[in-house]
Design a protein around this ligand. Structure first.
Ligand code: APR
Ligand code: PHB
Length: 400
């Protein structure tokens, strides 16, 4: 089997890249180890930056998002038993879109299949070979049989646990990692969200977050220990803790059947570089952010947006320069977002080893962010996302 671009992984990164390449007439094959139902039902984050939502629209996969997604003009931050709002529209003139990642994945799969694209579900990549030559190859297993996919480029969009990053010799890659001493327990509940906009809560018992997927579906999280299991958290206990941390009485928190529950570890991670000969990494394969800044999917989209342009320049004009610059351009933005995600995490969570000084400092920072326009703007600018520029990624100048 042969294609131009072999894409490993049918998450948002791999699917969007395949779609973008198709729009410019470049062929690709997506290999995905799970089946379609699994990929379409995996519950992940749900906040899209202003320009990410605009990009999905511009490339023809935003129609359902515009109908069913929720445009949010700000977020709430709760601490010291009070809720303060950060008004994005007022501070930076931008908004975010709340629309589940699995909905984006469904829309992209539908678009690819409708256009006759090839996504091989149940096809697990097992090895990537020849990345330093002109004909790299991906070995994969499908229905118990071994196959070979030959291509011009391989793009590893196979997430944190994928095979692509592992294919790189250890002496050519540097990994940066920080693991946090807590996790998030998340539930999806059939209950109308108690607030129209997200509520990020700092509480002495730990962080909590109220988010949503629709006017009838709440998505809620609480900080827990990383070694805890779901057995320790029956629904009743989760609701009680949410009530306390979110100020449930004041908020009018509504309970409902819990339809999904899971625990997610928290880490910051970056692999450098993101290009090795003809192998490129994109999305979670190259970097992980803690979910507090809601950036995971947004970074994946920014990666493949640039990669699409770079591959377009290579196939169109034979110009390799953007491919050569991919890693450097992306890493500059990725580290900016790493800082933001770490900062939001550090400001909002309870750290067991924090001293009384640290706790007072955390509250002082929350006061500052919710009362100073300059500080609020910094949060709003990062949360809604730095604008994409035509020529590169992304804008560093003040956009206003
Ligand atoms: N062969 C084929 N597919 C694989 C392999 C393999 N060896 N290993 C992993 N995959 C698939 C996974 O099954 C998954 O569907 O790669 C896909 C990776 O998708 P995601 O984990 O969604 O990663 P990405 O597309 O980079 O999207 C990043 O996803 O994890 C969230 O919060 C994160 O929002 C961020 C987004
Ligand atoms: C979510 O809705 O799943 C969500 C929202 C905001 C975050 C993280 C997750 O920061």
């Amino acid at each position: 089997m042969r294609t131009e671009v072999a894409i490993v992984g049918a998450g948002p990164a791999g699917l969007l890249l395949s779609h973008l390449l198709h729009l410019r007439g470049v062929g690709s094959v997506v290999l995905e180890r799970h089946d379609r139902t699994h990929v379409e039902n995996r519950i992940r984050a749900g906040v899209m930056e202003h320009d990410v939502a605009a990009l999905l629209d511009a490339v023809g996969v935003g129609a359902r998002m515009r109908r069913e997604g929720l445009v949010h003009e700000g977020i709430n931050i709760r601490f010291r038993e009070r809720t303060r709002r950060i008004d994005f529209r007022d501070l930076v003139g931008r908004t975010v879109m709340v629309y589940g990642q699995q909905e984006v994945v469904r829309d992209l799969i539908a678009a690819r299949l409708e256009a006759g694209g090839t996504i091989l579900f149940g096809a697990e990549a097992t090895a990537i070979e020849g990345i330093d030559g002109e004909r790299p190859r991906v070995r994969f297993r499908e229905n118990g049989e071994e196959h070979l996919l030959t291509c011009d480029f391989v793009v590893g969009c196979d997430g944190f646990h994928g095979v692509s990053r592992a294919a790189v010799p250890a002496d050519r890659i540097t990994l940066f990692e920080r693991v946090y001493p807590f996790a998030w327990l998340g539930i999806l509940a059939e209950a109308p969200p108690a607030s129209e906009e997200l509520v990020y809560a700092h509480h002495e018992r730990g962080f909590a977050l109220l988010s949503m997927r629709s006017p009838r579906l709440s998505r809620l999280y609480i900080q827990c220990r990383p070694d805890e299991t779901l057995e320790a958290w029956p629904d009743e206990r989760v609701w009680e803790e949410l009530e306390i941390r979110l100020g449930g009485a004041e908020l009018g928190l509504r309970r409902g059947p819990v339809v999904q529950k899971g625990i997610t570890a928290m880490r910051s991670f970056v692999a450098e570089p993101m290009r090795f000969g003809r192998l490129f990494l994109a999305g979670d394969a190259a970097h992980i952010v803690p979910p507090t800044g809601a950036k995971g999917m947004n970074l994946a989209v920014a990666d493949v947006r640039l990669l699409d342009r770079a591959l377009g320049a290579w196939y169109g004009e034979g110009d390799p320069r953007l491919l050569e610059a991919y890693s450097e351009i992306r890493l500059r933005h990725i580290w900016r977002v790493q800082h933001f995600s770490w900062w939001m995490t550090a400001m909002l969570h309870r750290f067991e080893d924090a001293s009384p000084f640290d706790r007072r400092r955390q509250l002082a920072e929350l006061d500052h962010v919710t009362s100073s326009r300059a500080a609020g703007r910094m949060l709003a600018e990062n949360y809604t996302g730095l604008p994409f520029l035509e020529e590169g990624e992304p804008a560093w100048e003040d956009p206003s």
